[in-house]
Design a protein around this ligand. Structure first.
Ligand SMILES: Cc1cc2nc3c(=O)[nH]c(=O)nc-3n(C[C@H](O)[C@H](O)[C@H](O)COP(=O)(O)O)c2cc1C
Length: 440
């Protein structure tokens, strides 16, 4: 397995990728693809920092151009440190803005292979659409001749306004690629269509536009390169008769997010999915199963070779002892007794099936979260237990967000505040692969 015992010495793989192999543009082989990242002034501007990291993980060189409003949300210094490149701030018009009298907007436009604006405020969308050139980003955008990817973010009332729609249509008509916005929690605390697409989705759009390989195949040197990761997701359905089953409300979102994020980080990913309505993430090998027994059979195939097994599926604890071959008819009696047999404990079974792998279980609880998670850690010989409170309607089952506490074999539990399941999946993978450290 990569990195020795339980892969924990893989922490070094999670360091910034400056020293890693660059992803070169097809028509300029040998040099890294270059993205100019325009960041405008919405709450999602802080995600610009994540975006820089995600782009760099793919071997792409990034320079940032925050608007004046964006600088209130994310500091140019943060962007400079994360990108390892100069930041085009608002001083570009001043005498010391350029070097040797260089016109920085010309230099930046000529440097970049692609312009990505994320987040794009309503204001910036309008300026890009109208061709205004009243700050560095808009002036450079007007100069720029290459492909443009834009990720709008705003309150859904703004997004639905005809004046915004008209600007978006005009930009699309000129070949600009819009990524999002997506439905979800807005900064105002409401929900709606206006949330910026996840950084990973934006990175995929950028890679597509630059004709760089996408998904797992694109990240042979990603932080999880060389890792074989198995993820289980969704519910299991335990048949009562040909048309009825015992199941649960797991949507599979958390497991699919983990599989997607592991693939984006370069891992070889097998996803064992119960019956869910989720698209297979790019670059992920998917095995569909229905019952716990089928999930066990799939794990017997995939887990022994794995370095990391994440059991995010909500596997039914019990199944009907007998499965009727024909539809059960009403008997006329008052009720019926369904006898249940216990299913094998798939997480506990991993200790013998994949003794070398790092093993992670999920504990969906409605009460006594911590006690129960600590108990599971011991009883199932897991390395980590990710506990979430499924009694809360805003997180856990069926929700797009999650908030968890992770218990490991040593040290204090690690708390992850409420965030999208995709973001959380990335942070969890960093924790598992980094041996207990999480990046900011
Ligand atoms: C706290 C706060 C959050 C904001 N969030 C957004 C946003 O998500 N989307 C948006 O279009 N405007 C948002 N605005 C308004 C923009 O900051 C404002 O329109 C600004 O002029 C945008 O400038 P820029 O496009 O040059 O960055 C927000 C303003 C504040 C004070």
């Amino acid at each position: 397995m990569p990195g020795g015992m339980h892969g924990r010495s893989n922490a070094a793989r999670l360091l910034p990728r400056a020293a890693r192999a660059a992803t070169s543009v097809p028509d300029a082989p040998g040099r890294a693809a270059r993205v100019l990242l325009g960041i405008s002034g919405g709450i999602a501007a802080y995600k610009g920092a994540y975006l820089v990291r995600r782009l760099r993980e793919r071997g792409i060189a990034v320079r940032c151009a925050p608007t004046l409003a964006a600088e209130s949300f994310v500091s140019p210094l943060t962007l400079e440190v994360l990108s390892g490149e100069r930041v085009y701030g608002q001083s570009y018009l001043s005498r010391d803005g350029g070097v040797d009298g260089a016109e920085l907007h010309v230099e930046a436009a000529q440097w970049a292979d692609l312009l990505c604006v994320a987040p794009a405020t309503a204001n910036t969308l309008a300026r890009l659409s109208l061709g205004l050139a009243d700050d560095f980003l808009s002036t450079t955008a007007l100069m720029f001749e290459g492909p443009v990817v834009v990720a709008p973010a705003m309150h859904d009332a703004m997004w639905r306004k005809p004046q915004v729609e008209a600007r978006v249509e005009a930009l699309c008509a000129r070949g600009v690629e819009m990524v999002g916005p997506v439905e979800g929690a807005l900064a105002s605390g409401e929900r709606g269509l206006g949330r910026m697409a996840e950084p990973e989705t934006i990175v995929e759009a950028v890679c597509r536009k630059l004709a760089l390989p996408e998904g797992a195949a694109a990240s042979p040197a990603g932080p999880l390169a060389g890792w074989r990761v198995v993820v289980t997701a969704g519910p299991t359905y335990e048949a009562i008769d040909p048309i009825r089953f015992l199941g649960n409300r797991s949507s599979g979102r958390m497991g699919f997010a983990l599989a997607r994020q592991a693939a984006l980080r370069g891992a070889d990913v097998t996803l064992v999915a119960g019956p869910v309505n989720q698209e297979t993430p790019e670059g992920v090998r998917r095995i569909d199963v229905v019952a716990a027994s089928e999930m066990q059979a799939a794990l017997e195939q995939a887990a022994p070779a794995a370095d990391l097994v994440v059991m995010a599926a909500a596997v039914a604890d019990y199944r009907p002892r007998e499965r009727a071959d024909r539809k059960l008819k009403k008997s006329g009696a008052d009720g019926m007794v369904l006898e249940l047999a216990q299913n094998p404990d798939l997480l506990a079974g991993l200790a013998s099936l994949a003794p070398e792998a790092m093993r992670v279980g999920f504990a969906a609880e409605t009460h006594d979260l911590e006690d129960s998670a600590r108990g599971k850690l011991e009883a199932k010989q897991a390395d980590w237990i990710v506990a979430n409170d499924v009694s809360r309607p805003d997180i856990g089952f069926e929700a797009t967000d999650n908030e968890v506490v992770v218990f490991g074999r040593g040290g204090a539990p690690v708390r992850f505040p409420k965030q999208s399941k995709d973001e959380l999946a990335g942070r969890l993978l960093e924790l598992f692969a980094g041996g207990g450290t999480v990046s900011s």
